[in-house]
Design a protein around this ligand. Structure first.
Ligand SMILES: C[S@@+](CC[C@H](N)C(=O)[O-])C[C@H]1O[C@@H](n2cnc3c(N)ncnc32)[C@H](O)[C@@H]1O
Length: 227
């Protein structure tokens, strides 16, 4: 167990945004984990989870193994469980506190496996997963290109990534992007995202804005069915 750092939750940092340290997101989430589920933002996050869960469960053949990257306390996995009877669900998050809360949540659920790990180094075998989800986590990843290559590695041919996050598109997206060095590492714009997905090895992708004017998108990307 890593020593706990004396860090505060993101919203309770009263220093001006530009003066906050850039790094330490994972430590902050670790600190935040015990109260995370009770924060008002969860209402909003639930509305972001819903279209991702619907998309995962929308195919002709339901996935048998799904991984949620940056799973936090496991709320998205909790929504997926009843929709995917028989599937194995894996939650991955580098914040030990988040995984500890998730372990309590799923203590009696043998279909859920939880791992303390980053998206950049997934403890999963090649081509072993049918779908990968990630919500409001991607912009925190320090090495997004490496992580997306990991996603392609663990996805079975034809498998899908469902990524919901803030993108640096449109007026508010560009505004968020200008703050990016002070909160996470990347609110990507459209050409950057296209480059990242293509270079990682995805064969096709599309994105959908969840609400007009709000720079939150669900990106669906597919690994080619044949090599
Ligand atoms: C805003 S929370 C979102 C949690 C959850 N997905 C949800 O929708 O409520 C972002 C999560 O991403 C995790 N995270 C940060 N860096 C990460 C990385 N490199 N790989 C995977 N997860 C990461 C954090 O620990 C945190 O739990």
């Amino acid at each position: 167990m890593r020593p706990r750092l004396p860090l505060r939750p993101l919203w309770s940092d009263d220093r001006p945004l530009m003066k906050r340290p850039r790094h330490g997101d994972i430590e902050r989430f670790d600190e935040w984990s015990t109260t995370y589920d009770r924060t008002p933002g969860q209402f909003f996050f639930g509305r972001i989870h819903r279209p991702v869960v619907d998309a995962v469960c929308s195919g002709r053949v339901l996935p048998r193994r799904v991984v949620d990257l940056g799973c936090g306390t496991g709320r998205l996995l909790e929504s997926l469980l009843p929709r995917l009877p028989g599937a194995e669900l894996v939650g991955v998050d580098p914040a030990e506190g988040m995984i500890a809360v998730a372990r309590t949540r799923f203590a009696a659920e043998p279909r859920v496996r939880l791992e303390v790990a980053t998206a950049e180094h997934l403890p999963l075998a090649d081509a072993s997963v049918d779908a990968v989800t990630t919500t409001m986590s991607f912009h925190h990843w320090d090495h997004q290109e490496m992580a997306l290559r990991e996603v392609v590695r663990v996805l079975a041919p034809g498998g899908r990534l469902l990524l919901a996050d803030v993108l640096g598109i449109g007026f508010f997206g560009r505004m968020m992007r200008s703050l990016k060095r002070h909160h996470g590492s990347g609110y990507r714009n459209a050409p950057e995202l296209t480059g990242l997905l293509r270079d990682a090895g995805f064969s096709r992708w599309r994105r959908r804005q969840l609400w007009p004017g709000v720079p939150i998108y669900v990106v669906e990307a597919r690994r080619a069915a044949k090599p």
